[in-house]
Write a protein that binds this ligand. Structure first.
Ligand code: TRH
Length: 365
């Protein structure tokens, strides 16, 4: 089938990250995908070759406003439209669709792919119709599709070959390839986060811990936050060594998580990846001004069946409580790991997002 996936970049890397993963996996499963991006720049480092059309099955199209007039000429009509996170597709595409429908052609199955949440409304709203009430597409129907963590949701993005890829991964060799002075036997910690007020306190505790940790800090906001912490508090104790990473490809990012003993992740896509690698993790949830993310975080921790120490760390890391998080000792970290492993097992037996999407489309066509 021919898929159009529409994506507007709001901020950060998650919009592109999720849409790229979805596009690439659909293509690997034999689908034809056009990925419309208003800001394709991040794809240049995230998925080398994607912008140049070197990834088989995925065409990346630059969604300008207005749309370049010749872009639509000769494009085969789509069987499926996915508007990611409620971004309205370009008006020119909607006009062309309305004209085709008026001429008696079939409309694509039009899906609004929503944000990931463990809150109860997700199960209630998943697969509900949303009739288009105005504009040229009036009379057509969009469908809500909610990714999620339970059987009654759309599931999570999971590559068909995920387990084989993970089994083939050689973590020590990958880490050695980074060329960083990592200390033998140290705890590897990946850091991908927004700004957290308690980062300096966490680094201090890690620095004083007798089990040394090497922090692999991702490029951008995480590294900027680390530098701000260092300016404020000076270097953490010798137990904590900080290493700056360059921007990684999405594949290398997944390797980073698999090679680490503790992952700090954020947003949506890296959370999913942290679950798939099964190592202990701490999630920095995307903050919303109305504090809607508090309920979202609690719902996720409930689903995760997070032990008390992990829950407390999350609430402090996300600024929901004023407490200082407690840097986990070996036994605590083992408990966090058991928790992630159990969650991973629960998820692996559920159908993945791509399978559910393709099944849904077949049902609606
Ligand atoms: O970047 P994010 O904070 O994105 C966020 C969230 O998706 C949030 O829900 C959304 O509302 C907001 O954007 C607009 O975190 P996320 O979702 O984990 O996306 C990061 C992506 O970047 C992920 O696909 C991994 C990728 N990545 C790399 O490929 N290489 C890197 O070096 C880094 C740091 C990230």
């Amino acid at each position: 089938m021919q898929w159009d996936i529409f994506c507007r970049v709001i901020d950060n890397y998650g919009d592109v990250g999720v849409c790229w993963r979805l596009s690439a996996e659909l293509a690997r499963r034999g689908e034809q995908v056009r990925l419309w991006l208003d800001d394709p720049q991040a794809l240049g480092w995230m998925a080398p070759g994607a912008l140049e059309g070197r990834i088989s099955g995925v065409d990346v199209l630059h969604w300008t406003t207005p749309l370049s007039t010749n872009l639509l000429d000769g494009l085969p009509p789509a069987d499926v439209w996915i508007e990611a996170f409620g971004c309205e597709p370009p008006g020119e595409c909607v006009d062309a669709l309305a004209a085709r429908v008026a001429a008696g052609q079939r409309a694509p199955v039009w899906i609004n792919l929503e944000y990931l949440s463990a809150e109860p409304y997700v199960e209630r709203s998943h697969r509900l119709p949303s009739p288009v009430m105005s504009g040229p597409a009036r009379g057509l129907t969009k469908w809500f599709f909610y990714p999620g963590f339970t059987e009654r949701t759309g599931g999570l993005l999971r590559e068909a070959d995920l387990l084989a890829r993970q089994a083939a991964f050689d973590a020590p060799a990958w880490l050695a390839g980074l060329g960083l002075p990592l200390r033998p036997g140290s705890r590897r910690v990946s850091l991908f986060c927004y700004e957290s007020d308690v980062l300096p306190a966490v680094l201090r505790q890690a620095g004083a811990c007798e089990l040394a940790s090497d922090w692999l800090v991702t490029s951008g906001r995480a590294w900027t936050a680390v530098q701000a912490a260092l300016r404020r508090d000076g270097p953490p104790g010798t137990g904590c060594a900080l290493h700056a990473l360059p921007l990684l490809t999405q594949t290398a990012f997944d390797h980073l998580l698999q090679a680490s003993d503790l992952n700090f992740v954020r947003g949506e896509d890296s959370l999913t990846r942290a679950l798939w690698v099964g190592q202990p993790f701490v999630w920095h949830i995307y903050p919303q001004h109305d504090h809607a993310h508090h309920a979202k975080l609690h719902a996720f921790l409930d689903w995760l069946q997070a032990p008390a120490s992990l829950r407390a760390f999350h609430l402090a890391w996300n600024g929901i409580t004023a407490a200082t998080p407690v840097w986990p000792d070996a036994a605590t970290l083992a408990g966090w790991r058991d928790c992630t492993q159990a969650a991973r097992q629960r998820l692996l037996v559920q159908p993945d997002l791509c399978s559910q999407l393709t099944g849904f489309v077949r049902e609606k066509r």
